[in-house]
Design a protein. Structure first.
Length: 406
């Protein structure tokens, strides 16, 4: 069966221009966690649970809460928070301080994934008495899945479910996770990932069968739980885990970091500049990026990143408004003129056979005080000719990436 991503790579170019495209995958509520307040849990237990959810968003579901840096942070979770408040939905809302969280992960030597994440388009069907029905925006299952995705920091969207969608995709295609059909139908939305879900629920159990296509990988699984909310949360934990596996920035020492320069052209407004700066700051790198220059509509940043160009490009591609471009043609550097070294003195040729020096008696006596006279047939020393100027073309910096803002 063809892999979903190969088809998407062909289809996404026109989709990027469509008004229905998935928005840039930045989780705006990333540092906010809400936990339902129950009689079984004390407030301190709820706050600790919220802190663990937040740490798992950043460090992945493999986080060990008993590891020393995490254990210290969870022993005093309030120290990581900006504010704590009750909501009218019966939950406790907690907002965390990003810099303090990054310090915890740095001390733990943990990989990290920030707010920039791949957008996932969800095609889902729900089994009803008359057969499967498409889960559309605003439906009960869509609300449950969206809340679970927000809780696990998975940016999801749902298809419009209009005539065009229904003409391309059937409920059976979604239930069977037909990657060819779903790839074609996802063309107009332009997501990084596609998630197919088949839901069944009774009074006693909820079951979700799912398949995720993300880049060149395919994942699938089945979740069963006592209620739809728990099943949706388990599903989104699994999806978040696969996203983390592909996009997380590993821990690295200073010697393992590489300096990268990112140049973005056609930045025309302050809002565009702020969006680029915010996106680069959320790449997950340990140190904050530096703004090197602003020249007209061009901005230049430098950052330390522990992985190769392919991974950095994948992270930058999460901002759909940035397009990779070729490096500009380097201007030749004219080397200064140089003068060729003059030829050395011409040596006298040795006498050929048959030629003899004149006898001493016939030689004119030399006057030690008189100057040496040049003979008329002496060859002049050739004059030095200036060499042609050389134009040297500098090599492009391999650690500089060029983009434009569309």
């Amino acid at each position: 069966m063809p892999v979903m991503r190969r088809l998407l790579s062909v289809l996404l170019l026109p989709a990027a221009l469509a008004s229905t495209s998935v928005p840039a995958a930045v989780v705006e509520s990333f540092y906010r966690v809400e936990i339902p307040q129950t009689e079984e849990q004390s407030r301190d237990e709820i706050i600790r649970e919220g802190a663990e959810v937040m740490l798992r968003r950043l460090a992945g579901d493999q986080l060990d809460p008993n590891a020393a840096p995490f254990a210290r942070a969870l022993s005093d979770p309030r120290s990581l928070m900006r504010r704590i408040a009750n909501t009218d939905r019966g939950t406790v809302a907690m907002e965390f301080e990003p810099a303090l969280l990054r310090d915890v992960l740095a001390n733990a030597g943990s990989a990290m994934l920030g707010r920039n994440r791949p957008g996932v388009l969800v095609w889902a069907v729900d089994a009803q008495s008359l057969g499967d029905e498409l889960v559309s925006q605003g439906s009960r299952w869509a609300d449950i899945l969206r809340r679970a995705a927000e809780h696990r920091a998975v940016p999801v969207s749902f298809p419009l479910g209009d005539i065009e969608d229904r003409g391309r995709v059937s409920e059976a295609d979604i239930r069977q996770a037909d990657d060819d059909v779903l790839a074609a139908a996802s063309e107009r939305y332009g997501p990084e990932g596609v998630l197919a879900i088949g839901a069944r629920s009774t009074e006693d159990e909820a079951q979700l069968n799912w398949t995720l296509w993300l880049n060149q990988q395919e994942y699938s699984g089945e979740v069963k739980a006592a209620d739809p909310e728990t099943a949706a949360d388990e599903l989104m934990k699994a999806v978040a885990g696969q996203i983390f596996e592909q996009y997380a920035v590993p821990a690295a020492s200073d010697s393992e970091l590489t300096r990268w320069t990112v140049v973005v052209n056609e930045v025309d407004t302050l809002a565009e500049f702020a969006a680029i700066q915010r996106m680069i700051q959320q790449l997950g790198a340990r140190s904050a990026p530096q703004l090197l220059a602003v020249d007209g509509d061009q901005v230049t940043f430098q950052l330390a990143f522990p992985q190769d160009e392919a991974q950095l490009e994948r992270m930058l591609a999460l901002e759909h408004r940035m397009r990779r471009t070729e490096p500009p043609e380097p201007e030749p550097v004219i080397q200064p003129l140089t003068t060729a070294a003059p030829a050395g003195p011409i040596a006298d040729e040795p006498a050929t056979a048959g030629e003899t020096d004149a006898p001493d008696s016939q030689a004119a006596p030399a006057d030690a005080g008189s100057p040496v006279q040049e003979t008329a047939d002496t060859d002049p020393v050739p004059s030095a000719e200036p060499s042609e100027p050389q134009a040297a073309v500098p090599e492009p910096d391999p650690n500089t990436l060029y983009y434009r803002w569309r």
